[in-house]
Ligand binder design. Structure first.
Ligand code: BJW
Ligand code: ZN
Length: 272
């Protein structure tokens, strides 16, 4: 069935419009159509690469060169990608709805880029709305370097990434690492706490493009459910969350998210 003609899309839109505290929760699927690979799909990263070697503190300790090569490769690929219609719709929604927030597992920075781009297009229309403060990235940032020694952080630099040596901290000399959350590591505490509080208070959680298998992030929609809120899922497949959702919209994020989140006049003003 054409996902756009499904009656459930209208129903889902009504829930979004009626929600007073909507929370958007996204995963790798939202960036798939921008060309960023997901993790657990058939052609995902974990089908080709071993997470134990590349996305754990032990793996980094054993072979930092291998880990850095992989991250530099991914950074180069993501630098060539641009936000898609789903990222743009999410960004416009955050501008138009100061009551909304975004909790994302994605490290690719495409939500943040879409926010910046849509903000510029808004040309002052959005007033004081500051959606960047309502974005909670649970798993860090691919485009950031972090020093495990002194904790300092800085944006990744394409120049430093193309050096033949591994990057070290300008402050304390320690080997830098990508500023992402690996398996077995805690999520950034203040971001996770804020996201969980939002999830408990949300009356609607819109879950887009995640297998909902990685914890504690996957607990976000469950918290909304437990607190009596509703959950809408957008995914090309069925997930572990599907049977618990109020509405499951099957199809690609770039096709379904724009009509789901469209804010009428606000979108028209910005050229859809
Ligand atoms: C589309 C689409 C389209 C495709 N449109 N949809 C219980 C049991 C066993 C283990 C654990 C457990 N609880 C916790 C753990 C450990 C572990 C975990 O959850 N493991 C599970 C896999 C079992 N969790 C952790 O280790 C976490 N830390 C932790 O628990 O710390 C505890 C602690 C406390 C105090 C001290 C010390 C420790 C950390 C998890 C970190 C996850 N990191 C990664 C890598 C980030 C860096 C990087 O990118 O390199 O994060 S793993 C990877 O998975 C990445 C993602 O953010 C995350 C989630 O993946 P996501 O987004 O859901 O992607 P996919 O590929 O799984 O799904 C894509 C979906 O999109 C699919 O459903 C498609 O159908 C869909 N789709 N195209 C719409 N066009
Ligand atoms: Zn340092």
């Amino acid at each position: 069935m054409d996902p756009l003609s499904a009656p459930t899309l209208d129903e889902a839109r009504s829930l979004v419009q009626a929600a007073r505290k909507p929370l958007l929760f996204t995963g790798a699927g939202v960036s798939a159509e921008s060309g960023v690979p997901t993790f657990r799909d058939r052609d995902g990263l974990w089908a080709r690469f071993d997470p134990a070697q590349l996305a754990t503190p032990d793996g980094f300790h054993r072979d930092p060169t291998q880990v850095w090569e992989w991250y530099r490769l991914r950074r180069r690929a993501v630098r060539r990608c641009v936000p898609n219609a789903a990222h743009r719709a999410v960004a416009r929604f955050l501008f138009a709805r100061p009551d909304a927030c975004l909790v994302t597992q994605n490290v690719d920075g495409l939500h943040q880029r879409a926010l910046q781009e849509e903000g510029e297009k808004g040309d002052g229309k959005w007033g004081d709305a500051d959606p960047a403060a309502r974005v909670f990235p649970l798993h860090g940032e691919l485009m950031g370097d972090r020093c495990p020694g002194c904790g300092s952080r800085e944006p990744a630099s394409p120049e430093r990434d193309s050096l033949p040596t591994l990057p070290s901290c300008p402050g304390c000399g320690e080997l830098l690492r990508p500023d992402v959350v690996w398996f077995g590591e805690p999520l950034p505490e203040t971001i996770l706490d804020a996201a969980m509080e939002k999830a408990e208070r949300a009356d609607l959680c819109v879950v887009v493009g995640t297998s909902a298998l990685v914890h504690p992030a996957a607990g976000i929609p469950l918290m909304t459910l437990r607190a009596g809120g509703k959950v809408i899922e957008v995914n090309t497949e069925v997930t572990v969350l599907t049977t618990q959702c109020h509405i499951h919209l099957r199809g690609p994020a770039s096709l379904l998210v724009p009509p789901l989140l469209s804010c009428g006049d606000a979108d028209a003003h910005l050229g859809g």
